[in-house]
Write a protein that binds this ligand. Structure first.
Ligand SMILES: Cc1cc2nc3c(=O)[nH]c(=O)nc-3n(C[C@H](O)[C@H](O)[C@H](O)COP(=O)(O)O)c2cc1C
Length: 138
């Protein structure tokens, strides 16, 4: 019987500076367009995760098969809508933290504090903002 090799699940967290310029409504609309396209692409590629945007910065957690994640991250790094893409963490995971969301979104219009899996990410972003060393920069 031929056996399918198990795909290694990877989780990658990065932080970047937005290059989207203009009034808040325009930036929000651009991000919604980006999120909408990304959600469909992530679903097709078996990628799940979450995108955060606040104060001109993005943070994103992405998880999925290593090869698909590598391809996606190469495209993300080359995307002219942001710069200073900085990897905060890249790990092999045993289970998905976002099993049901190809790409959830938390933006500046959210009035409630971030919860769940977004909390450690926000804490890490705050550390980076204080200059407490990101790991790799692309
Ligand atoms: C902050 C940010 C997050 C993104 N997240 C995703 C994502 O989760 N999935 C995705 O397919 N594209 C995402 N993109 C878009 C990719 O950078 C890229 O435009 C898209 O994958 C198409 O790449 P291609 O033209 O090389 O095929 C993101 C872009 C930015 C700026």
């Amino acid at each position: 019987m031929p056996q399918t090799l198990p795909q290694t699940l990877h989780r990658l967290t990065y932080f970047s500076r937005s290059l989207l310029r203009g009034p808040a409504w325009f930036v929000e609309a651009e991000i919604e367009r980006l999120r909408h396209t990304s959600e469909a692409r992530n679903r097709a590629a078996g990628i799940t995760g979450s995108l955060l945007f606040n104060d001109g910065c993005f943070a994103q957690i992405l998880e999925g098969p290593a090869a698909a994640l590598d391809r996606l991250f190469a495209a993300i790094c080359a995307d002219p809508r942001h710069s200073h893409v900085t990897v905060l963490q890249e790990v092999t995971a045993t289970a998905r933290a976002f099993p049901d969301t190809p790409l959830s979104y938390i933006g500046p219009t959210l009035t409630l504090p971030p919860r769940g899996a977004a909390v450690p990410l926000f804490e890490r972003i705050e550390q980076v903002a204080r200059g407490e060393g990101p790991s790799i920069s692309r």
